[in-house]
Write a new protein. Structure first.
Length: 326
């Protein structure tokens, strides 16, 4: 049994290492970079040439594994899971194929759940499988949200540069060109992609709408709407962008004020969330026999799982209380 568990652990670790090495070591020059190079702003780097599912590093290269990936992708696409994974990967700016990521994810979850079942029975199978299934989504969402926040924080600077360019006599496309060269990523990268698409003949508003969809920024949707309205009916776009930038700065200040006022509540929520787990681990380390009935007695297990459920409900409730949508 110990040897089997060790082999499964080694297999799971090898799978993770294989996925990481496929991302790091097998980066290749993408076809989109070659196609957009004549139209790019300055030099379109490898990291800038990105198309979902095209030219991304391949994690699965063996033919029989690729057939398995294709089958899983077809099933996931019919249920809408594949599209959700693609959206999350785009938001986090991870150049990976959604189908291959989903395949590696499913295999890893099954392996970890099997290891838990062999090591501790059905309970550990559920705990290990549930944890391994949840953690990647949490990490992917955190990466996407962090990139969205960074993009939103750069929007006032982008609007100021664009407004100044328009007042200097440049067109909207030329102004976005200046934005892509003067501002850092992620907004610089996204604007380079939008400018390259517009130079290839795609409508500028459509290219910018794709940027808003990728970064999931409500504030940038306002900017796209303003540019679309101006291109349809005319008007002073520079003045309109100044108004939008002022609104965004006011919202940013309001967010900071709300964050400051709710700091005590958020710290209290963190302490209340961590304290039961910390106390339980401390008691188990000092006197395991005292807490053992919670795991080896029917009434104790009922109390334990009920407490976990109530703790999760309390944590979610507190987070909603101290979170304000601005």
């Amino acid at each position: 049994m110990t040897v089997l568990i060790a082999l499964l652990v080694a297999l799971a670790a090898g799978l993770v290492a294989w996925a990481v090495s496929g991302l790091v070591l097998h980066r290749r020059r993408r076809g989109l970079e070659v196609a957009l190079a004549p139209y790019s702003v300055g030099r379109l780097t490898e990291s800038d040439a990105r198309a979902p599912g095209a030219g991304s590093p391949e994690l699965v290269e063996l033919p029989f594994l690729q057939r398995a990936v294709a089958g899983l992708a077809d099933l996931a696409a019919r249920r809408g899971v594949l599209q959700a994974v693609e959206v999350r990967l785009e938001q986090a700016d991870l150049p990976l194929r959604a189908a291959e990521v989903l395949f590696v994810y499913v295999v890893a979850v099954v392996l970890v759940a099997l290891i838990g079942a062999l090591a501790g029975g059905a309970l550990w199978c559920l705990v290990a499988g549930g944890g391994s299934a949840l953690v990647p989504w949490v990490v992917l969402k955190a990466l996407g949200d962090r990139r969205t926040r960074a993009f939103t924080e750069q929007l006032p600077d982008m609007l100021q540069v664009l407004s100044t360019s328009l007042r200097s006599g440049f067109s909207v496309l030329q102004g976005l060109d200046a934005v892509s060269r003067q501002l850092s990523d992620p907004i610089g990268k996204e604007m380079r992609a939008a400018v390259a698409e517009a130079r290839l003949g795609r409508p500028l508003v459509a290219a910018l709408s794709d940027v808003a969809r990728r970064v999931r920024s409500e504030d940038f949707n306002w900017v796209v709407s303003a540019i679309g309205i101006q291109r349809e009916i005319g008007g002073n776009l520079a003045e309109l962008l100044d108004i939008v930038a002022g609104t965004m700065l006011a919202r940013a200040r309001l967010r900071q004020e709300a964050k400051t006022l709710t700091a005590e509540g958020r710290i209290g929520a963190l302490i209340i969330s961590v304290m039961p787990v910390a106390i339980g681990m401390f008691v188990y380390a000092v006197n395991p026999a005292y807490i053992a009935p919670l795991f080896h007695n029917g009434a104790g297990e009922l109390i334990f799982y009920s407490s976990v459920v109530l703790a999760v409900i309390g944590i979610v409730w507190i987070r909603r209380i101290v979170h304000f949508e601005v």
